[in-house]
Ligand binder design. Structure first.
Ligand code: IVH
Length: 671
């Protein structure tokens, strides 16, 4: 029993550490499969001993029951806001004001950080364990969102995460920003849209909406992450400077904002300009930078005006919001038949880019914001996210504006539109709808699917309009004579296209499965399916029950898959693909094993080898093996060189087999 208990504590520590490697450092040291094995072992122990489960267990990141509403949580110190500066003159004026208040400011240095566009979170740790977390609320009292915050993988459930870090004080409260990365935000919106659910206007709203969810299971399914930047309160010693605070937070295992140390204002301004230039390339959205006096005692002694500390200021980027006239609302038909409204605008420049179209999200959004055709509207462009309409300028109305009604028929095929009860989405359910056809073919040929080069949106439209293709399978029957009469097609272009189509016949099974465009079947599910079924024949015969046996496939996706293979028009397309020779089979397991003699084996290396350790590591990885840094029960082999270290003794104690470098090469050679 003692051993099991020890193993349990060890597992918790180990998994929390791997979460940190993965979500905070972006540098995992074990594979997903190994991680899953650790989690499974932890779950088994917890099932047998539910009374052992503690709040810092990684299993507690999901599954808390939905809350009735959020309880209130009083902050241990006011969660302050920031005053704004918009230009160099504002920044200089701030500095001069401070100088008049306190001569010591002349010697002060600054720390400059990005101003993250997310949701402030306040995180309480007792004896290193995350015990409570809140939103900012009014700065005095926030909402208790502990269960939701636990699902954020970048948030350490226990600090310090690494063994060699300084111990935290018995009680410490950390402030940070919960954010959603731009690419995760876009992916989430695609997922919501495909499910007929409401999409979010921007990453900030997505982060806030996901955290202020009464059901933590929903939060858990959202790709939230975190960056921290302050210690709000603590019992015991805390760093005296901002820079040290950030380093301390990092050492404890928190994800910390990027920061720059500046001795003077010229440097601060330079950092601001650098961030402005990098803004679109950053993985997250920022709306400016935050400048803080590094000396925290000085910062504090400067006091507070209202809710804004004097010793820190935000320098905001120029607004990327402008107003223009909404000329029309049009509707796009997606691959799955979802209708999405978009705005046609009087062209307007925002941050150096001319914008003529903007998204309106969905029909509810238009109604809720009371957006009318002819309105003057606010348009926002944020980074590389698609511009969107914030809302109408109500004061500018003339009375000529026309309220908007969602379409009753599909703008592409004219069939009646379906609006399922309880869903946000409106659908065109006509499988022969030309717009859906075009979107489906676009998806089929796209980079992540069959990757047919040179087959863009315009050409797909041309092919469909000319009646040459009805579905993607028809692409494989195109002849040069078909293409030459099309506008813009000369001999060479036609040949190139046909060659690209031909080349796509060799894509692996998973790519073809993605290309089919089954709802909910993206890269991950496609890989799972390709691993379980040798070809599309086997997959098309499967059942919902059988699919659900596969870990990672839920009931909804299972239903979608079976329904897809049942639909007559899809069967027709499959037959055409088969006849055209587009019928990849999964590589036999035996072939894979031959190429990967070390598959699923974990190695640790100790001592000096005949080649640099990195080379040996790469050799093991190239043959399917994994290399980790420390010996554990999970280690399959310890490779022992000259002058081995303590790992040898540990391996012997655990009964892990040891091999020489020559033996390693021999194993690979003999397959
Ligand atoms: S410091 C005294 N640093 O910006 C410290 N705030 O109005 C005050 N924010 O909602 C805040 N990134 O959540 C600070 N690197 C950063 C920040 C940051 C984003 C948010 C903060 C608040 C707003 C300030």
């Amino acid at each position: 029993m003692d051993d099991l208990r020890k193993r349990y504590e060890e597992l918790k520590r180990e998994i929390n550490y791997h979460n940190y490697r993965y979500y905070v450092l972006n540098d995992p040291v074990i594979s997903d499969a190994e991680y899953d094995r650790l989690m499974a072992e932890l779950r088994r122990i917890e099932e047998a001993h539910p009374d052992w489960v503690t709040p810092d267990s990684p299993t507690q990141r999901v599954g808390a029951p939905p809350a009735e509403g959020f309880a209130k949580l009083r902050h241990p110190a006011p969660i302050l806001s920031l005053a704004n500066a918009f230009n160099r003159a504002d920044l200089d004026a701030w500095y001069q004001r401070l100088l008049r208040l306190d001569e010591r400011v002349r010697k002060a240095a600054f720390v400059v950080e990005p101003k993250l566009d997310g949701l402030t979170v306040v995180l309480h740790y007792r004896n290193g364990v995350f015990v409570q977390g809140a939103t900012r609320g009014d700065g005095e009292v926030g909402e208790d969102i502990t269960a939701n915050l636990r699902t954020v993988r970048a948030l350490p459930l226990r600090i310090p995460v690494a063994a060699d870090a300084p111990p935290p004080p018995p009680y410490v409260v950390v402030r940070g920003e919960a954010i959603m990365l731009k690419r995760d935000f876009e992916e989430l919106n695609r997922r919501l849209e495909a499910a007929g659910e409401k999409t979010f206007a921007n990453p900030r709203n997505a982060a806030a909406g996901s955290l202020r969810q009464l059901n933590p299971a929903v939060t858990a399914s959202r790709p939230l992450t975190l960056q921290t930047y302050a210690i709000v309160a603590a019992e015991g010693e805390t760093p005296a400077a901002e820079r040290e605070t950030l380093e301390r937070l990092r050492a404890w295992g928190f994800p910390v904002v990027e920061y720059h140390f500046c001795p003077d204002l010229d440097c601060v301004w330079q950092v601001y300009e650098d961030f402005a230039a990098r803004r679109d390339d950053l993985p997250y959205e920022i709306d400016g930078v935050v400048v803080k006096i590094d000396d925290l005692a000085l910062q504090k002694s400067l006091g507070v005006v209202g809710k804004d500390p004097r010793g820190a200021i935000a320098i905001k980027f120029p607004a990327q919001v402008v107003s223009t006239k909404l000329l029309d609302i049009r509707v796009n038909v997606g691959r799955t038949g979802v209708l999405t409204p978009y705005a046609v605008l009087e062209p307007v420049e925002i941050g150096g880019v001319v914008v003529e179209r903007a998204t309106l999200h969905n029909f509810d959004y238009i109604r809720e914001k009371d957006i009318r055709i002819g309105d003057r509207v606010w348009v926002k462009r944020a980074g590389d996210v698609i511009p969107y309409i914030i809302g109408p300028v109500v004061e500018a109305r003339t009375g000529e504006e026309k309220p908007y009604e969602p379409p009753k028929v599909c703008p592409s095929c004219g069939e009646p539109v379906v609006h399922p009860e309880g869903e946000v989405a409106y659908y065109c359910v006509n499988a022969a709808c030309p717009a859906q056809r075009v979107r489906n073919i676009e998806h089929f040929v796209s980079r992540g699917a069959m990757d047919i080069e040179g087959l863009g949106e315009k050409i797909v439209q041309q092919l469909v309009d000319a009646g040459l293709v009805e579905d993607a399978a028809d692409l494989y029957y195109l002849r040069k004579e078909d293409l030459l009469p099309l506008e813009g097609f000369a001999e060479k272009k036609a040949e190139n296209l046909l060659r690209a189509i031909e080349a796509s016949k060799n894509r692996p099974l998973a790519r073809l499965i993605i290309a089919l465009g089954i709802r909910g079947v993206g890269e991950v599910v496609a890989q799972l399916l390709a691993a379980h079924y040798p070809d599309l024949d086997a997959l098309s015969r499967t059942t919902v029950e059988e699919l659900q046996q596969i870990e990672g496939i839920g009931p909804v996706v299972a239903e979608n898959i079976v329904a897809w293979f049942r639909a007559p028009h899809n069967r027709k397309m499959l037959e055409k693909l088969r006849r055209a020779g587009v019928w990849p089979r999964r590589e036999a397991k035996a072939e894979q094993a031959e190429a990967m003699p070390l598959a699923d084996k974990t190695f640790v290396i100790t001592g000096t080898l005949s080649r640099p350790r990195n080379e040996v590591k790469a050799f093991i990885q190239a043959h399917g093996g994994k290399v980790t840094n420390s010996v554990s029960r999970k280690t399959d082999y310890l490779v022992v060189g000259e002058n081995p270290g303590s790992k040898l003794a540990k391996a012997q104690a655990l009964g892990v087999p040891t091999i020489s470098e020559e033996e390693l090469y021999a194993i690979v050679k003999s397959g």
